[in-house]
Write a protein of this length. Structure first.
Lengths: 466, 457
């Protein structure tokens, strides 16, 4: 998008009034979205964006300015705005005497059917296939919405350490939402296959499967009884269950929360924080996973970072600022929604790794409990670790068998306590896609886990346990 | 005659030129938005980050024989806009034909001052704004020795200009400014941490009352220290105005005619019915002077107005844009809404609020006697479903006995159905406040009887 010499001049301007570190981020993105509702294509949109942001850091302070014009004059003006906001002094991490060193361009996430090559008619056909499969699942399906979004994002990052990296990210994601209704009662289901890759995604994950799964969830919950409330064993199914670890523990492992001591894990590296059955990772290198990339939004190489090994806390995930300030190696987790935002530590694909048990054994070994097959969103207080999660598809477990479906259940607990209370981990690791929000920025992430059991958690429901 | 702004003149010019490019038979609407802002975050007595933003972009809607297409671009050069217009026109070939797809025609907009713009934002030095964020952190820390730190203290402002013009002859523009500040303090006693929150919002920096924000945020954290859960039982809820506004967010989603027409609202088919206690009156007012979402017109150029959605418990109607109104055989309520120029207009509330009644939080607690005063709910996105109307949320608050707060509560959940909550509303307070996040929702303290609260112990 720009050459090394221009980038070097922008960085030098950014540091002209002092500072420890400067960075230039450029982005060019285009994409399209389609929405099928009431069996009609009711939205066909596309768009393109160009922008650049300049950042200056001095100590713990940071200033940032951005623009939609990436011509050199505008970049220099943006650099001057960021410089003026930063107070003078600082000189530590600057290497702008030599030309910038270009890091190798990597293509680790193959794209077979690119978003511009894949015809619009075929995209619409994918929507129709998902819609039809959902509608055929049963007469109580009353509404189906299918969304298809794709984007191609080129980023370039240059910094005053003398490095310049670029990355190309192609992403495709399908979202199916189903509403089922019967006797005045309504329930919803949804499914979201996605990839850092192209339209070949749908060879492995046919849209019909997503449609069927979303419909089945809504239809099952239509037959569900109100969930009981009170403490009980909870078996969380593989795939979407990983959102619990993401929310209840993952955010507390982000280095900005740790630095501000707004994390239950602050100061606990090397300590036992989980059951010995727990191994957890953040891994942006998983091929074609929705949360992956080759370089992060600060030009650091993507990595696989062990978070917890056999219950021992091993690493936090950081960004450039925390890496430089705390003197620890970058973990490649500096991410931003777009050029309009300051990068912060973010998860990528975060998961609890597989164990040795089998799902059937875990269920057979549970006399009374809740089987949470699908979790919806949730919220966590990162300071205390207290969380709440909606169970969007849940069943009772009675006498070692999956029994009747229950609706309206929530899981209430405390992240660190739940980690210690995990007493069984299966071998069926699976992932789910999501958009993670933090400080007003949404980034693509995967959550993952195998089926696992938590000895006891408070289930919030509307009836007493029977 | 009032002089048109430069942005409106530009939008009109683009409509004319782009109209010629895409040819006859295609109607076009151009939505242009420019935004300049500053956000300062303070932490540990330092400026953690200072962010200048300046974005410009244009969204184009194309309508061809009932088919809609949309496209957008950043920047405001003719080349980009032309390409967006061509793409929108091309995209319209794939949209399903629908006779209700239409672009609104010209209108006259509210004259006079809506109280949404002040030059003070641009006239205030950045150094003063930085000082406001630092001061908010200082005041919050100083409030109580148990406030161990402030997770983040923020000052933010923006000046925005919006223009919309179309081949149907519509044209309008306005300028607005907004400022807000918020703070998240952390209170600690022994091993226990609790977080608080407060904010203020206005159209100029001098509207923000920092000491009040600091005090309220700190108090909300400190009062939760020493919390524990409670045994599950059915009891009364007193919803603090922040929490009541969050519940109103669920109601706003269900009041959208788009959700109603498409079978995604628990309020579908209930117009004319008593759905709430007569104490409940809900109003959406796009012209409320100085309020966060006030503007002369909505995001497709239809004049803003005030309407009662629920009047003394009876559902009167829904929020409409031009499309949903045409489908329902009614008029748009001026509730077309889009996140930014990147999005085509859909349906959204403007300033939606619960009409205040009598008494403050203390009086309502005395009136109710026993229950839970809810200060924060967690899981509002997942746990309050506007489709099914089911509510299942985590909460923290205070246990109320004999009309007064007794002890702090955590790890409890509230569950039930939105219609039950509405029907069992036994008190609506006078302390109306607007929550400026995710739209503009306003509520006073509200009491609801007989709600299932679960906990442990």
């Amino acid at each position: 998008m720009i050459d090394e010499e221009t980038a070097r001049r922008v960085l030098a301007t950014a540091l002209s009034l002092g500072g420890d570190f400067a960075e230039l981020f450029l982005e060019r993105r285009h994409g399209s979205s389609l929405r099928l509702e009431e069996e009609k294509v009711e939205d066909c949109s596309s768009g393109s964006e160009i922008g650049a942001g300049v950042r200056v850091m001095r100590g713990e302070s940071m200033s940032y300015a951005y623009t939609n014009d990436i011509g050199e004059a505008s970049l220099l003006e943006t650099a001057r705005a960021a410089a003026a906001a930063s107070r003078s002094g600082g000189h530590a991490l600057i290497n702008l005497e030599k030309p910038l060193a270009r890091l190798p361009v990597l293509r680790e996430h193959p794209v077979e059917l690119g978003i511009d090559e894949f015809p619009r008619e075929e995209k619409i056909e994918l929507l129709r296939r998902a819609d039809q499969a959902a509608r055929e699942a049963g007469p109580h399906v009353v509404q189906v919405v299918v969304l298809l979004g794709d984007s191609r994002q080129e980023v370039l990052v240059a910094n005053s350490l003398g490095e310049m990296a670029s990355d190309l990210r192609v992403r495709v994601r399908l979202v199916v939402q189903v509403v089922a209704a019967k006797d005045g009662e309504m329930q919803t289901g949804h499914e979201t296959p996605g990839t850092l890759g192209g339209y070949e995604l749908f060879r492995d994950f046919p849209p019909e499967e997503a449609g069927k799964a979303a419909a089945s969830q809504a239809l099952t919950m239509l037959e569900a009884r109100p969930a009981p409330s009170g403490p009980m064993a909870v078996v969380i199914a593989n795939g979407t269950g990983g959102v619990l670890f993401h929310e209840a523990c993952g955010h507390s492992l982000e280095a900005d929360a740790v630095y501000k001591r707004a994390s239950v894990f602050a100061g606990r590296l090397g300590e036992k924080v989980a059951s010995p059955l727990v191994n957890a990772y953040d891994d942006a290198t998983l091929v074609n996973r929705w949360g992956s990339f080759c370089y992060d939004d600060e030009g650091a190489r993507a990595a696989s970072t062990p978070l917890i090994e056999e219950g021992i806390l091993r690493n936090f995930i950081n960004d450039r600022r925390r890496s430089l300030r705390d003197g620890v190696p970058p973990t490649g987790n500096g991410r931003r929604q777009s050029y309009r935002f300051v990068p912060i530590p973010r998860m990528t694909n975060t998961y609890i790794d597989r164990g040795a048990a089998r799902r059937e054994e875990i269920i057979a070994d549970t006399s009374l409990g809740l089987y949470a097959l699908k979790l919806g969103g949730g919220e966590v207080n990162p300071v205390t670790g207290d969380f709440i999660f909606a169970v969007t598809e849940g069943y009772m477990i009675r006498g070692g068998e999956v029994a009747e479906p229950v609706k309206g259940a929530t899981l209430i607990g405390n992240g660190p306590r739940v980690l210690l209370d995990i007493d069984a981990v299966a071998d069926d690791l699976d992932f789910d896609t999501g958009m993670c929000g933090k400080e007003g920025q949404a980034v693509p992430v995967c959550t993952g886990q195998p089926t696992l059991r938590v000895r006891e958690m408070v289930v919030g429901g509307t009836t007493e346990v029977m | 005659m009032k002089r048109e702004t430069d942005l409106l003149a530009l939008a009109r010019e683009w409509v004319e030129r782009a109209g010629a490019v895409v040819g006859k038979g295609v109607e076009l609407e151009v939505f242009a938005q420019e935004h300049r802002g500053l956000t300062v975050k303070a932490f540990g007595g330092e400026v953690e980050s200072l962010r200048y933003s300046h974005s410009r972009g244009v969204g184009v809607r194309a309508l061809r024989e009932g088919r809609l297409g949309y496209s957008y671009c950043t920047g405001m050069g003719w080349e980009e806009v032309r390409r967006a217009a061509e793409e929108a026109a091309a995209n319209s070939l794939y949209g399903a034909p629908d006779e209700h797809n239409r672009l609104p025609g010209p209108s006259t907009y509210a004259q006079g001052d809506l109280g949404i713009y002040s030059p003070e934002v641009e006239d205030t030095e950045p150094a003063r704004k930085v000082e406001m964020a630092l001061e908010l952190e200082r005041l919050t820390l100083a409030y109580d020795r148990r406030i161990e730190q402030v997770e983040t203290a923020v000052y933010s402002d923006a000046v925005a200009e919006v223009a919309v013009a179309s081949t149907t002859g519509l044209g309008g523009s306005y300028r607005s400014s907004d400022c807000y500040c918020y703070v998240y303090p952390m209170a600690r006693e022994g091993d226990e941490y609790q977080t608080g929150f407060s904010f203020d919002v206005g159209v100029r920096p001098s509207d923000l009352r920092l000491p009040g924000v600091a005090e309220e945020a700190a108090e909300r954290a400190v009062c939760l220290l020493g919390s524990s859960s409670m045994p599950s039982r059915r009891t009364n809820l007193i919803l603090d105005s922040f929490v009541a506004a969050e519940f109103l967010g669920m109601l706003a989603a269900a009041l959208s005619a788009e959700a109603v027409l498409k079978g995604r609202s628990f309020l579908a088919g209930k117009t004319g019915e008593a759905i709430a206690d007569p104490k409940v009156t809900v109003i959406d007012d796009g012209l409320l002077p100085g309020a966060p979402s006030t503007a002369p017109f909505d995001d497709e150029g239809v004049p803003s107005r005030r309407k009662e959605l629920i009047a003394e418990g009876v559902l009167k109607g829904y929020l409409h844009n031009t499309y949903t109104a045409s489908r329902a055989g009614t008029e748009s309520t001026g509730n077309a809404s889009r996140g930014s120029f990147r999005d085509r207009p859909r349906v959204g509330a403007s300033n939606l609020f619960l009409q205040p009644g009598k008494g403050g939080r203390e009086e309502i607690a005395r009136e109710v006697g026993e229950g839970v005063l809810v200060l924060q709910v967690v899981g509002a996105h997942a746990g309050a479903n506007p489709v099914s109307g089911e509510i299942s949320l985590g909460a923290v608050g205070l246990l109320v006995k004999n009309g007064a707060p007794q002890r702090p509560l955590r790890e409890i959940t509230l569950a039930g159905k939105a219609l039950e909550f509405l029907a069992r509303t036994v008190a609506v307070g006078e302390d109306l406040r607007f929550l400026p996040f995710e739209g503009s929702l306003g509520a006073p303290t509200v009491a609801i009887e007989g709600v299932m609260v679960s906990g442990r112990g």
